[in-house]
Design a protein around this ligand. Structure first.
Ligand code: GAF
Length: 371
């Protein structure tokens, strides 16, 4: 195993254990997590493998097969990618848990820039490793929250809980229905091949520079809208027409998206329960239009991916994740896979864009110890 070789070579010893945490793709429920709403993601079959041993001091030594080496003597030394694992040490210590340093080697295979949550996978793998190394006895959900805290308050990205919770809690062959207020979750069987379907991930291979700033802004707009409506979060809007009459401009649009997106998650769950998987496409399409027009987080590359996938025979398609690049998903009858891929690639070529990468997503297991 590559990560084992890297660990032994760098530290001249064997690691105490090896852990794995996956990335995620979101089926539906976008920009609802930080509004206390519902999400329905699943883990992808790519992730972060991490070998680690504890240390007697507080130093954190990190080597990544993809991103290089950093030695963290003081937490503020961490920069770039190293802020994610280092943030987990910080967050655990802030919770008063007895965590000292560690020697760590990291290997990852989540497609670069695809918006499939490689940072959450790195945080969750670190959290699972430290939980075992320091006998912290934290639950997977508690480790997901620690990971989110690391990302919010150490790495400085005000994300919700979806990505970390999916990485920590996912189950093979299932999507994860998560209520982001109560944090209650349920594993929903999600077997597309049984229905002659596939879920393609269309990685646009672009990430627009405004992604982080706009994410923080959307979150703020949602919080402002909730304040104007006098509710704790947009999750609590029960009379959408009444709420829209009280709001204007961007806050009105954001509210429209969040409230209808929560309804779409519920509707999609209803279809899955009724074994009507082939009918979920319309909800994916509606989600995309809402993200494009009301939440305004799409971009030309995502819109073209969605439109051309539908033209190629997809039953439904939408952008997935934070937006402004990353990936779209397309629900495709297995026998139309080639047609969808060809149509999407041709649409990109016509515009002179760098080709997208197209992968099939199958729901994979959440974080666990490998050895
Ligand atoms: C990003 C964030 F990290 C998630 O918490 C979520 O808000 C998502 O964007 C949008 O649904 O992945």
């Amino acid at each position: 195993m590559r990560v084992l070789d890297a660990f032994s070579e760098a530290y001249d010893k064997s690691p105490e254990g090896i852990w794995y945490a996956p990335g995620r793709v979101n089926l539906i429920g976008e920009h609802t997590d930080y509004n206390d709403g519902l999400v329905l993601p699943f883990a992808v079959p790519w992730g972060v493998t991490l070998a680690a041993s504890p240390r007697q001091d507080d130093t954190i030594r990190l080597i990544s097969l993809q991103a290089g080496t950093q030695t963290i003597d003081s937490l503020e030394d961490a920069h770039g990618w190293a802020r994610y694992p280092t943030g987990v040490f910080w967050a655990l210590r802030r919770e008063g848990l007895p965590v000292r340093g560690a020697d760590i080697a990291i290997d990852g295979d989540i497609p670069e820039g695809a918006g499939l949550s490689s940072s959450a996978a790195l945080e969750v793998a670190t959290a699972f490793a430290l939980n075992d190394l320091y006998a912290l006895a934290q639950s997977p959900l508690a480790l997901a929250r620690i990971s989110q805290l690391a990302e919010n308050d150490f790495a400085g990205m005000p994300c919700g809980i979806m990505d970390q919770a999916t990485s920590a809690l996912a189950k093979e062959g299932h999507a994860l229905l998560l209520d982001c207020r109560s944090l209650a979750s349920r594993h929903i069987p999600f077997d597309l091949p049984a229905h002659g379907l596939r879920l393609l991930i269309i990685n646009t291979n672009v990430r627009h520079a405004l992604a982080d700033g706009q994410y923080a802004r959307r979150r703020q707009e949602c919080e402002n809208a909730a304040k104007h409506l006098g509710v704790p979060a947009l999750r609590d809007v029960t009379d959408l027409a009444g709420a829209l009459a009280l709001l204007k401009g961007d806050e009105r649009k954001r509210t429209q998206h969040v409230v209808t997106e929560n309804h779409r998650v519920e509707a999609l769950i209803g279809l899955l329960r009724a074994n009507a998987v082939t009918e979920i496409g319309a909800l994916l399409n509606a989600s995309h239009l809402s993200l494009r027009d009301q939440f305004e987080v799409s971009c030309p590359e995502l819109d073209v991916a969605v439109e051309s996938a539908l033209r190629g025979g997809a039953r439904g398609a939408r952008m997935t994740g934070g937006g402004f690049g990353g990936s779209a998903i397309a629900l495709v009858p297995a026998d139309r896979t080639e047609s969808v891929e060809t149509t999407v690639k041709a649409a990109y070529a016509d515009r002179g864009w760098h080709p997208p990468t197209i992968l099939t997503a199958t729901p994979a297991a959440g974080a666990h110890r490998l050895s």
